[in-house]
Design a protein. Structure first.
Length: 720
């Protein structure tokens, strides 16, 4: 391997990135929203300079099948951040004399990053250099970042924010079906099933255009069950709303399965023909009486019976989970229990039936397939599998033994900063706001010897960096994402980035060159994608047959797709599951409490999540005026009955205190939440940061932190 010493020559001029020429101004370009995993189709039209606050406008693209023209407010305003005044347009480096971030040219900034990373590697070993990626990055970027870590840096220490997102569902998918694709069917199938159980998803706020499929479901006579401790806008649509105490979905699913068995509603033929492991799973469920489920979850037995009736009476049915049941220290087992319910009733591996996970970030699916995850190589191959290593090493032109082994999961990596991991390259995440136990994580980041952040804005994490690299956005660079259905999509370049801004691929290309790798990191997205196709060929997430041209012509292509004559795979598992024997595996799961249950000192449950107008850490959406007005700051959603116990008044400040820290935000009274639980959205930094409170207890299989449940106490705050 090449020595990781930076060359002294100047960085080459920014390498070209363009796969296709820019369209004419005025002509809308078909592209996709920069935010969530629905990846709504939209058009983007460049505007003549000086006519608007933004250099382009979002227009409808009704022909795209997933959202059929509909967009939420975040998508509609997405062009706002393209304005040069709204974002970073020059690199920043920390001035050793003043300790401030000051503007610098690209050569200086990149040379500092190369030196910072290689110095740490040379002094403390390659695993002292870490990389943290994001599920918002395109497939091309995620692929290049993983390759950069393993090949150029030679480090095992890479993971990404998707670990905080769908990792529990991914692990449960792998365990049950031998393959992890969020939805094994197109989203539109939801409208054609008999019953949908939506567990811990508030898609009316998190994926609003998807709500129409639930409306169509009901118009077609189908039924909707929503499981959420809050009566959300989504739950309001339901025929039946179950409101369990946070962190108890596992007991709920076991109680339901118990009833299915007790009432003789299992599909024995399906179980015999298409599954394995039923006796153990059945025995585990039989130990979980409905009365026990009621005691643990707070959901009355008659409601459990009603749910079983709706679910089993339907010819076809689906269970869809999102972050509610997944972001728990037992998230993998919890999802496993919901999958068991599908398998026992024969609602899996059939048309319009099955289990699915609603992924989250724009490229939440593709971001976990191509190598930025600690244990994984492109094509969803395992880093621990010798055959996978050999295949990918050959594509990369390196010896297989040069590839490091699996590294730490995201929280473990953040927790190791400033200790075992002393330099970090961060691309596409803002952990100071979004990581659990965020004050501690912030402290670990501050303890680093060197931090480089590539971002479009000066996020809270970027303000702590030694070097900040201003990068291009969705509309300024071509690239693919894979939406929640496993449909690979093409975002097309519609306008050039402002001067001073470069793409992530250009950044990786230049850093690789400075660290001795002139070749192997093309700045061109299509060239990168073609290499990704070869690296993924034959793997579980096979992209070999997917080309930019096909994606554009076919409204996206579903993986696996092994060759250019392969039609792609909209529906998985209809004939067999992806396990060696073709059978889906039951998981013999039993209930266990959350890592931190309420007690005398911390008697209230805190859960966290999202609001419609803000996205994630808010780094982007807090900078969009319309969205900042719609959702200006943090709050504590609380039932008036609970509030009265502590003398808390509506609209007045309340302190929420956990074993990790204290957050302060106004109380927002709501009868829609359980009276033993408070809810905080996590989109803001500062005193109201929800993640100051959250518990980093990790799921032992997936490494998912327990964002959805910790114990807190409440105190009114004297306002001066
Ligand atoms: N507006 C908006 N949309 C987004 C995002 C955003 O930040 N803002 N982010 C995107 C991303 S990355 C993701 S991952 C998705 C997330 O999408 P969702 O999973 O829909 O979002 P959350 O609000 O995190 O959680 C959903 C619901 O889980 C409930 N819940 C809390 N605790 C529990 C529990 O223990 N059990 C159950 N069953 N439910 C519980 C909450 O009350 C909440 O209503 O949204 C995507 N879309
Ligand atoms: N309490 C609590 N915490 C949570 C959750 C929860 O439900 N509750 N949910 C978790 C989940 S599901 C998620 S997904 C995480 C997400 O949390 P984060 O990882 O913080 O996600 P974002 O805020 O989307 O951060 C993305 C950053 O990358 C930048 N960016 C956007 N596009 C690009 C790009 O193309 N290149 C580069 N270099 N940068 C880019 C953005 O400006 C932003 O600063 O939060 C997790 N944290
Ligand atoms: S639902 Fe998601 S993809 Fe669609 S416009 Fe809103 S944020 Fe964008
Ligand atoms: Mo997410």
């Amino acid at each position: 391997m090449n020595a990781a010493t930076p060359r002294t020559t100047a960085t080459p001029a920014a390498p070209a990135t363009v796969s296709a020429p820019l369209p004419d101004p005025g002509e809308p370009v078909d592209t996709h929203c920069p935010y969530c995993s629905l990846q709504c189709g939209m058009g983007l039209r460049r505007l003549p300079a000086g006519t608007s606050d933004a250099p382009a406008e979002v227009v409808e693209r009704p022909a795209f099948p997933v959202n059929r023209g509909a967009l939420c407010g975040k998508g509609r305003t997405a062009a706002r951040l393209l304005a040069p005044g709204a974002r970073l347009t020059e690199p920043l480096v920390r001035d050793p004399a003043t300790g401030r971030l000051v503007p610098a040219d690209w050569d200086t900034a990149l040379a500092r990053v190369a030196a910072g990373l290689s110095r740490t590697g040379a002094a403390h070993g390659k695993d002292a250099v870490g990389v943290f990626g994001g599920g918002g990055l395109t497939n091309e970027k995620a692929y290049a970042l993983g390759k950069f870590a393993r090949v150029v840096l030679g480090t095992s220490q890479i993971d990404y924010n998707g670990r905080f997102c769908m990792s529990s569902a991914a692990a449960a998918h792998q365990r049950a079906f031998g393959l992890d694709r969020g939805l094994p069917f197109p989203l539109a199938d939801i409208a054609r099933t008999g019953c949908v159980v939506l567990v811990g998803s508030n898609l009316a706020e998190t994926m609003p255009p998807a709500l129409r499929y639930l409306t169509e479901l009901k118009e077609n006579g189908g039924r909707l069950i929503v499981v959420d401790p809050r009566r959300t806008r989504t739950a309001e649509q339901a025929d039946l709303h179950l409101a369990p105490r946070p962190g108890t979905d596992l007991a709920l699913a076991l109680g339901l399965l118990h009833l299915v068995v007790a009432e003789g509603r299992t599909d024995e033929e399906f179980i015999a023909a298409r599954t394995s492991g039923w006796p153990a799973a059945r025995a585990a469920a039989m130990a979980h009486w409905p009365e026990l489920a009621e005691r643990v979850t707070g959901v009355p037995v008659p409601q459990l019976r009603a749910a079983v009736r709706l679910f089993c009476a339907a010819d076809s049915a689906m269970v869809l989970t999102a972050r509610g049941p997944e972001q728990q220290s037992k998230g993998t087992d919890t999802v496993g229990a919901w999958i068991n319910l599908c398998l026992a009733t024969g609602h899996a591996g059939r048309e319009h039936s099955g289990y699915g996970c609603l992924t989250g970030q724009g490229n939440g699916q593709g971001g976990r397939e191509h190598g930025q995850k600690a244990d994984q190589l492109p094509g969803y191959r395992k880093l621990s599998d010798p055959a996978a290593r050999a295949h990918v090493a050959e594509v990369w032109g390196v010896p297989p033994e040069s590839l490091p082994g699996p590294g730490r999961s995201a929280y473990e990596l953040l927790d190791a900063l400033g200790r075992d991991v002393r330099a970090l390259l961060l691309m596409g995440s803002n952990p100071v706001v979004s990581a659990p136990r965020a004050a501690h994580v912030e402290q670990r980041i501050r303890a680093l010897d060197f931090l480089a952040v590539a971002d479009v804005v000066l996020s809270e994490t970027a303000t702590l960096a030694d070097v900040v690299l201003p990068v291009a956005q969705w509309a300024e660079e071509t690239g693919t994402t894979t939406n929640l259905e496993g449909r690979v999509l093409l975002r097309r370049r519609a306008l050039p980035p402002p001067p001073g801004v470069r793409t992530d691929l250009q950044v990786l290309h230049s850093l690789a060159a400075l660290l001795g790798w002139e070749k192997g990191f093309p700045a061109d997205p299509e060239e990168t994608f073609d290499e990704l196709r070869r690296a993924s060929a034959g793997g579980p997430a096979d992209y070999a047959g997917i080309t930019y041209r096909r994606i554009a012509a076919e409204d996206g292509v579903f993986w696996p797709c092994s060759g250019e004559d392969h039609p792609g795979t909209p529906r998985l598992f209809l004939d067999r599951f992806a396990t060696p024997d073709g059978r889906a595996r039951f998981a013999p799961v039993t209930h266990r409490p959350a890592a931190e249950e309420p007690d005398d000192r911390y008697p209230v449950v805190l859960t966290t999540g999202r609001v419609l107008a803000q996205y994630q850490s808010g780094a982007q959406t807090r900078r969009v005026p319309e969205l900042a007005t719609a959702a200006p700051g943090p709050y504590v959603e609380i039932h008036p009955r609970l509030a009265r116990q502590y003398g808390i008044e509506d609209g007045r400040l309340v302190a929420v205190v956990s074993r990790r820290g204290r957050a302060v935000a106004p109380a927002r009274f709501s009868e829609a939440i359980r009276a033993d639980t408070v809810f905080m959205p996590f989109h803001w930094p500062g005193p109201g940061r929800a993640n100051t409170l959250t518990n980093p207890a990790l799921d032992p299989v997936s490494g998912m932190p327990e964002f959805k449940m910790c114990a807190v106490r409440l105190e009114p705050v004297e306002e001066s």
